[in-house]
Design a protein around this ligand. Structure first.
Ligand code: BDR
Ligand code: CA
Length: 317
């Protein structure tokens, strides 16, 4: 199995990602680190521990990370993910505490201890990863690839052009993109396409297996129903879980190696991932010379049915 570490802000769809990573036989989930994003970092730690217990994986080390982005204050997405940050499903509090070490220390230790190069999967603002890369740059020697959920080629969500994870900590995202390891960007363009239909969600919610039932309840969560999951059996997006599917089954996405730059300047495009899809250089390169940009494998297409099937095969039975 591929050694994997997830850095998350659990988060309804981060929880879906964790359930999948625990259960997929081709993945060896070695640690989970938590960062402020969808909710405050202590809430993220609680949600993450609860999900791992529900998934039958109570031994995976979990560490608390950054409580706020490098520069900005924290700006939660509780209006999307519920007051507890994970759909207000009324789940029990976790029975164990997180690791005694912080996220950067756990990442450093687990990455260097892994017998084979680790695939790092951030599904959250990139604060922990930026701190790791600046504190312990030698970790890149044992990172095979970083597959991150974040950014958008076309349309954003936090702003018209910026996706939440990159918008929440743009400086951290810029540090990630220049890490010097292979990077896959699983952005909003593909993220939004992978949706489980209503009857399948209903089937999952009716399961007597706790992890499977949790996946169904998470998929049924609606931002507009703060009291819990929607009554109607509606379709639900896999969200961050799609990025973990892309690790288990990379052939489900079509990527192109493209220059990507994060806009850091204040203003309406702060946090945008500017992806250069032009076939040839333009006037700026002709007049100003080519600027060096990080090259990233950007997911441009996804076989949504394939990832839904993979998810249901892995978590749904
Ligand atoms: C991303 O932001 C969070 O709300 C989701 O969990 C996902 O990681 C989407 O922009
Ligand atoms: Ca997330």
């Amino acid at each position: 199995p591929i050694p994997v570490i997830i850095d998350c802000d659990t988060g309804v769809d981060d929880a879906l990602a964790l359930l999948f990573a625990v259960r997929h036989p081709g993945l060896d989930l070695r640690a989970v680190t938590c960062v402020a994003g969808n909710t405050d970092v202590d809430g993220v730690v609680r949600n993450t521990l609860t999900v791992l217990e529900r998934a039958g994986a109570p031994d995976i080390p979990v560490a608390r990370g950054a409580a706020r982005p490098l520069i900005e204050p924290a700006r939660s997405a509780r209006h999307v993910h519920g007051t507890d940050g994970m759909g207000d499903l009324g789940l029990p509090a976790p029975t164990r505490a997180p690791a005694a070490v912080d996220a950067v220390t756990l990442l450093h230790r687990e990455i260097l201890a892994s017998p084979r190069p680790v695939t790092l999967v951030p599904t959250a603002p990139l604060t922990n990863i930026a701190l790791l890369l600046r504190t312990h740059p030698e970790v890149t020697s044992n990172i095979g690839r970083i597959v991150f959920m974040g950014g958008a080629v076309a349309v954003g969500n936090a702003t018209p052009v910026a996706e939440f994870n990159v918008w929440h900590d743009p400086e951290a995202a810029a540090i990630l993109l220049t890490a010097g390891v292979p990077i896959t960007m699983y952005g909003l363009d593909v993220f939004q396409q992978v949706v489980v239909d209503g009857p399948e969600v209903h089937r999952l919610r009716a399961s007597d297996e706790p992890g499977t039932r949790l996946a169904g309840d998470l998929l049924a969560h609606r931002p507009t129903s703060p009291g819990g999951p929607a009554e109607a059996e509606e379709a639900g997006g896999l969200g961050d879980a799609g990025a973990v599917c892309a690790v288990a089954d990379p052939r489900g996405i079509t990527t192109r190696l493209l220059p990507v730059e994060v806009t850091l300047a204040p203003g309406p495009s702060r946090g945008q991932t500017v992806v250069d899809r032009r076939p040839r250089p333009g006037e700026s390169e002709i007049h100003e010379g080519r600027r060096e940009h990080a090259l990233v494998d950007v997911a441009l297409e996804v076989d949504a049915d394939r990832y839904v099937r993979l998810y249901l095969e892995t978590v749904g039975r």
